[in-house]
Design a binder for this molecule. Structure first.
Ligand SMILES: NC(=O)c1ccc[n+]([C@@H]2O[C@H](COP(=O)([O-])OP(=O)(O)OC[C@H]3O[C@@H](n4cnc5c(N)ncnc54)[C@H](OP(=O)(O)O)[C@@H]3O)[C@@H](O)[C@H]2O)c1
Length: 338
């Protein structure tokens, strides 16, 4: 990547169903100039996330939709390559919500400086970033796990799911993960210490749950929705708590699913089901990051990142989320630091 070449990724068209490479356009743009009070940023890592699928639709939600023919954005790690800002120096590594551009300028608003001496900076987009924080608040605030209880997590081998399961283990719970391949289920049980794992592509989830959760399910952390969630709801205990984090199984649906069908289960079992959006916890993010960082430093929480290299492969990395290509957090490495 040479300093005289700049490029950005725009939303070329809105997908119907599963997105394709054609929904993204790579457009050459001028190299920006940092004015007084600004920094010139070189993008190093880009986070691709399932919620971005919702932003590709023209519907209002908790984040505004991407605009057609406009640059897309998300969580990014960048290096300051030129600074005309008093609080930043050349060589600083920062994280922020930034446009998908090779080079951009910023006035520093919303940027967070990272310290490479404290560990890999990519953790700011994974275990110590939004997905780790999502796991933390969804599990503690809604799941309220107690020692000896059974916690089930769907999307278990992904960025949020891997952290949820490990925190639940630290709380003294029996933890079972549901994921989409044998490689993933082995990773959960052999490397992350889950008590059980179910491959929803090859196993009957309902029957498998009966076997691996003989005491029923006290906490369900739902990342996927659909039939996996139907099966878990049939196994909940009285007083169960269900944290509704995401419904990725439905993000590419072209018509509304029938349902809810199994909510009588909530009545019978006096269960709580509650959705949440992590940004609502922004005032408490530092609490989560501090505890997660301690667990990571002590080896109590392990994390993995699936890293694809190349700015031109951002669409591919994003589409892979819906095929289950990733284990842990999916990132794109765009450039090295200088
Ligand atoms: N509420 C919030 O504030 C918040 C914040 C962050 C994330 N989220 C949500 O949390 C969930 C996980 O996000 P993440 O960033 O950690 O992503 P992720 O789990 O790392 O990646 C997505 C995973 O979803 C699974 N998946 C894809 N299609 C599926 C389907 N049809 N049925 C079942 N599983 C499917 C795939 O794994 P398999 O191989 O197992 O299928 C894939 O690896 C998403 O629903 C996301 O929208 C919510």
């Amino acid at each position: 990547m040479s300093m005289n070449h700049n490029q950005e990724i725009r939303l070329a068209s809105r997908p119907v169903g599963m997105p394709t490479r054609e929904n993204f356009a790579f457009v050459d743009v001028d190299l920006p100039v940092a004015n007084d009070g600004q920094v010139l940023l070189k993008t190093m890592y880009i986070s691709v996330d399932p919620y971005m699928r919702g932003r590709m639709n023209d519907v209002k939600s908790y984040v505004p939709p991407f605009q057609l023919d406009h640059v897309m954005d998300g969580d990014v790690i960048a290096e300051v390559v030129e600074s005309r800002h008093s609080e930043y120096a050349t060589g600083d590594i920062v994280a922020g919500h930034l446009p998908w551009r090779l080079y951009g300028v910023s006035d520093g608003h919303g940027l967070r400086k990272l310290n490479p001496a404290q560990g890999p900076v990519t953790a700011a987009l994974s275990v110590l970033g939004i997905t780790g924080i999502t796991a933390y608040f969804g599990l503690f605030d809604i799941g309220q796990p107690k020692p000896g209880e059974t916690v089930v997590v769907s999307g278990a081998a992904g960025a949020v799911g891997t952290v949820v399961g490990q925190i639940a283990k630290l709380c003294g719970c029996r933890v079972v993960g549901i994921a989409g391949s044998d490689e993933k289920t082995s990773y959960l049980t052999d490397e992350l210490g889950f008590d059980g794992a179910i491959n929803y592509h090859t196993q009957n989830v309902g029957l498998a749950l009966k076997e691996v959760c003989p005491q029923g399910v006290d906490v369900y952390f739902d990342n996927v929705g659909g039939e996996v969630t139907d099966a878990v709801l049939m196994r909940i205990n009285d007083g169960a708590r269900i944290a509704m984090c995401g419904q990725i199984a439905l993000y590419n649906a072209t018509k509304a699913e029938m349902g809810p069908r199994l909510l009588a289960q909530l009545v019978v079992h006096r269960a709580l089901m509650k959705g949440f959006i992590v940004s609502d916890y922004a005032p408490r993010f530092s609490e989560a990051i501090k505890r997660l960082a301690t667990w990571v430093a002590n080896g109590n929480i392990k994390y993995r990142e699936s890293v694809i290299e190349g700015f031109n492969r951002v669409p591919e990395a994003f589409l892979g989320l819906f095929r289950g290509d990733n284990i842990g957090k999916q990132l794109v490495k765009v450039a090295q630091s200088e």
